[in-house]
Structures are given as structure tokens and as C-alpha cells.
Design a protein. Sequence first.
Length: 138
Amino acid sequence: MRILARAGINIHVELDRRALNWFQREAPQKLETAKKRVVEASGMVWADRAKSITREENHIDTGLYINSIGYSTGGSPSGKPINEIQNEGNQTVLKIGADVAYAIYLEKSYAIFARALDTSQERMQNVAATQVINTLGL
């Protein structure tokens, strides 16, 4: 069974209109790369927070659950981390979750992913801005 967070957040990064027009005209691929990196980095922040909530609150005593959240942090062969990026029109959507049978029960009982999303928004915004600056060379 897979558990995915259904509600999400929007990351907003503003660029000067002239800079945006220049990148759209001269280097549109850089904008796409920046958008993808923003989503990937924000997802890692979210996953990291979910993993730390799990550890801090002793919700599980094996690494299977933690290693199945967003990306693998070790060598556990069970469960494939859920980390899917999709472009939907003008929007890039990240689906992140845990791929172990008991993930749904942990989420229903402790709202680990929901709380991780709530408590990591500021850090996600900062990481997003850094990714845009680094990718676009601003």
C-alpha cells in the first residue's frame, strides 16, 4: 500500500519581469531546470522532516518505513521510495510518500506527512529560492 500526501503547498519564486522575459527568450531550458530543481529540493526537505518526525517520536523501530519516505537513506531492500515528479501544464507536481504496508496506518494515527509539510514550508521556500539563484546564476 502506498501513502501519498494529497494536499500540498505552492512554492512561489518571483523574478524581475525583465529577467524572466530574457530567460524565456534566451534560455528557456534554464527556467525548466530551475523549476525541476526547486521541486526536487523542496521534496527532500519535506521527506527529511517526515523522517525526523518518525525518528523523534519513535513511531517505528525499523528502517523500512524511513527508507521508503521520498528517497532512500540506507540500504534497505524493502519498499521503493515514492518520489514522482509530473509536469501538468504550467505546474510541476511532486508526489512523495512511503511505500510500506503499514504507512497508511502511521499516517492515519500520527499525520506524519501532513505535519512534515506544515512544519517545513519556510525551509522549503528558502531552498527553492537558493535553487533558482544557483541554477539561473543570479
